[in-house]
Design a protein around this ligand. Structure first.
Ligand SMILES: Nc1ncnc2c1ncn2[C@@H]1O[C@H](COP(=O)(O)OP(=O)(O)OP(=O)(O)O)[C@@H](O)[C@H]1O
Ligand SMILES: [Mg+2]
Length: 510
C-alpha cells in the first residue's frame, strides 16, 4: 500500500479558461508516490485539461504544482518529460509508418559504425515487449499493421522506457475490449509495484474500482472530493459526487417489452462471407427493432458491421434495404438509402477536427441530398444540430467550435448526433457510448429507445453486455467469425450469454 500521508505530486489551485469556457476553477489535488490515482468526472469536467497542464501542453491561468517538494510549472511537453512526467493521450499518438521498435524508442541512439543498429533496436524492443507479455507483437512490424490495442500498449511502453516518475493515462481502455483492458490493468499493477505513480482517467467504473488507490472527482471544472478506495466507497457514491444528483433511473434495466413492429424487414443481410474474416452471416432487422450483436474481440463483430455497410468488401452475400438489393454496396449508397453508421473509434474516425461543428453536421446531409445541393435547408440543419446539442447535453460554446477543441466524450456525442441528423430509417451503431459518462449514457440510451419506438431500426454492436441487455429486443451472439445464436435479453443471465460467446455450449441456459 502506498504511503498516503506524504504528497509526491501536489496540484495547487489550478484555474484555466478557454475564452468563455471555464475548464478548471481553483483545482487542488494531492497525489502520493506509488499510488494509482484516478481522476473522475463527466464529459467536459476538465480531466484532460488538468493533465495537459501537468504535461506543459497548456499553461494554467493561475496555480502551479509541486513534484517531490519542488515548485514547478511545465512550459512544454519536453520540459515535463525532463521532470519525469509522461502522458498517454486520449487520442492515440503513434507514428504509423514506422516500426513498432521505433515507436517504443523514438529518440533512440542505437548506432553501429555511424548507422542505426537495427539489430540492437529490435532486440531491446523485443525485451520490453516481452516484459509486458506482448510477445505476439513483432518489433519489426509496421505500426499501422498492429491492432489498436497493440498500438495503445506500445504507446505506454514508449513512456515507460523513459523511466518516468509520474505517468498519466487518459482513457487508455476506451478503445480496448474487456480482455485487453484486463491485460492493461495487470501491466499497471506491475508498474505500481515498481514505485511508479500513476494518474488514471476512465469512465468504466468496474476498472476504476479494481485499480485505484484513491479517486478524485471533478465536476464542471471544480474539485469535489478525493475518496480512498478502501472498500467503503461504492459506485453510487462516485456517481453521486460526479453528477451532483441521484440518477433517477438505474442505468441498466433489462428490457422486457419490445418495440418491433411487424411488416416487411427494413434490412436483410444474407450470407455475407469473406475468407478468414467472416463466415456465412445473415440477419434481419424489422422497423422499430433494436437488434444487438455481441461477441468478444476477434469474434467477427467488427468485420460484420463494416462489411454490411460496405466499409470493407466481402467475397459473398448481399445486403437488402427495404426490399432493394444494394449493389454495389458502398457507404455512400447506404447513406442515400437512409442507413447511417456510427464508427466505433473516435480516435481515427468521423469528424473533421478543424472545421466548425456545424460543417461537420452537414456532412452526411450533403451526401444524401447532393443532387439538390442548391436547396439545402441550412436553417433546418442548424436547428437540428441545436436540438442534438441540447438533447445530449453536449458541452459546446457554440456551433462554430471545432471538434478538436471539444472533450473526448463530447466528440463522441457530436459523432452520434451527426448520424442522426439525416433522420435515418436504419442506424448501425458500433460502441455508441464508448468514452461517454454515466449521465449522458442514460440520455443516449433513452434517445435510441425513443427513435426505435418511432419506427427506426437499429443494429447495435456493443462489447458492453449490460447495455445490450437493457436496449436490444434480440441479441445475436458471434464466435469464431460466425453468428452462433440468438437470445432475448430477459431470457438469460449475463453470465450465460458471456459464457456462450466465449466457449459455446449446447445449452445456453446452463
Ligand atoms: N483547446 C481547447 N479549446 C477550447 N476549449 C477547450 C479546449 N480543450 C478543452 N476545452 C473545453 O474545456 C472543457 C473541459 O474539457 P476536457 O477535455 O478537459 O474534459 P474531460 O473531462 O477530459 O472530458 P471527457 O470525459 O469527455 O474526455 C470542455 O468544455 C472543453 O470543450
Ligand atoms: Mg478527456
Amino acid at each position: 500500500m502506498p504511503d498516503l500521508a506524504s504528497p509526491f505530486l501536489d496540484i495547487r489551485n489550478i484555474t484555466k479558461s478557454f475564452g468563455v469556457v471555464k475548464a478548471l476553477l481553483d483545482v487542488s489535488i494531492s497525489v502520493t508516490k506509488g499510488e494509482i490515482h484516478t481522476v473522475l468526472g463527466e464529459n467536459g469536467a476538465g480531466k484532460s485539461t488538468l493533465m495537459k497542464i501537468l504535461t506543459g501542453e497548456f499553461a494554467p491561468d493561475t496555480g502551479y504544482f509541486e513534484l517531490e517538494g519542488q515548485r514547478l510549472r511545465a512550459t512544454s511537453p519536453a520540459a515535463a518529460h525532463a521532470m519525469g512526467i509522461h502522458m498517454v493521450h486520449q487520442e492515440l499518438a503513434v507514428f504509423e509508418n514506422m516500426t513498432v521498435a521505433e515507436n517504443i524508442f523514438p529518440y533512440h541512439n542505437f548506432k553501429k559504425a555511424g548507422c542505426i543498429d537495427y539489430h540492437r533496436l529490435f532486440q531491446e524492443a523485443r525485451e520490453k515487449l516481452g516484459l509486458f507479455g506482448l510477445k505476439t507483437i513483432a518489433p519489426e512490424a509496421p505500426m499501422a499493421s498492429i491492432s489498436l490495442a497493440g498500438q495503445q500498449m506500445v504507446e505506454i511502453l514508449r513512456c515507460i522506457v523513459a523511466e518516468p516518475k509520474v505517468i498519466i493515462l487518459d482513457e487508455p481502455t476506451s478503445g480496448l475490449n474487456d480482455h485487453e483492458a484486463d491485460m492493461l490493468l495487470e501491466i499497471l499493477r506491475h508498474l505500481k509495484a515498481t514505485g511508479l505513480t500513476i494518474l488514471y482517467i476512465s469512465h468504466r467504473f468496474k476498472e476504476i474500482m479494481a485499480i485505484s488507490d484513491r479517486i478524485s472527482i471533478l465536476r464542471d471544472g471544480r474539485f469535489v472530493t478525493t475518496l480512498a478506495n478502501d472498500g467503503s466507497v461504492s459506485e453510487n457514491d462516485l456517481i453521486n459526487n460526479m453528477v451532483g444528483r441521484d440518477l433517477s433511473r438505474s442505468l441498466y434495466q433489462i428490457k422486457t417489452t419490445g418495440n418491433a413492429k411487424s411488416g416487411a424487414p427494413l434490412l436483410q443481410v444474407r450470407g455475407l462471407a469473406k475468407a478468414r474474416a467472416l463466415n456465412d452471416s445473415s440477419l434481419d432487422l424489422n422497423p422499430g427493432e433494436i437488434l444487438g450483436v455481441f461477441g468478444l474481440e476477434g469474434s467477427g463483430t467488427s468485420k460484420l458491421s463494416r462489411m454490411m455497410y460496405g466499409l470493407e468488401t466481402s467475397d459473398a452475400g448481399k445486403v437488402i434495404v427495404k426490399g432493394r438489393h444494394i449493389s454495389p454496396l458502398t457507404p455512400r449508397r447506404m447513406v442515400a438509402e437512409g442507413v447511417m453508421y456510427l464508427n466505433n473509434n473516435r480516435k481515427v474516425a468521423g469528424l473533421l477536427p478543424e472545421l466548425p461543428v456545424t460543417d461537420n453536421f452537414s456532412l452526411p446531409v450533403l451526401q444524401k441530398f447532393s443532387r439538390f445541393l442548391g436547396f439545402l435547408d441550412l436553417p433546418r440543419l442548424g436547428n437540428l444540430a441545436t436540438n442534438f446539442v441540447k438533447a445530449f447535453a453536449i458541452a459546446l460554446p457554440s456551433l462554430a467550435t471545432k471538434p478538436a477543441n471539444l472533450s473526448g466524450g463530447n466528440q463522441q456525442k457530436v459523432m452520434l448526433s451527426i448520424c442522426l441528423v439525416p433522420e435515418p430509417e436504419i442506424l448501425i451503431v458500433n460502441e455508441p457510448t464508448r468514452g461517454i459518462d454515466v449521465g449522458a449514457k442514460t440520455e443516449i440510451h433513452r434517445f435510441l429507445l425513443d427513435i426505435a419506438s418511432r419506427g427506426v431500426g437499429i443494429v447495435m454492436f456493443s462489447s458492453e453486455l449490460p447495455e445490450l441487455m437493457s436496449l436490444a429486443d434480440r441479441i445475436q451472439i458471434m464466435r469464431n467469425n460466425s453468428i452462433v445464436g440468438e437470445v432475448k435479453a430477459g431470457d438469460y443471465t449475463e453470465q450465460a450469454i458471456m459464457r456462450y460467446a466465449a466457449v459455446g455450449s449446447d445449452n445456453l441456459a446452463v
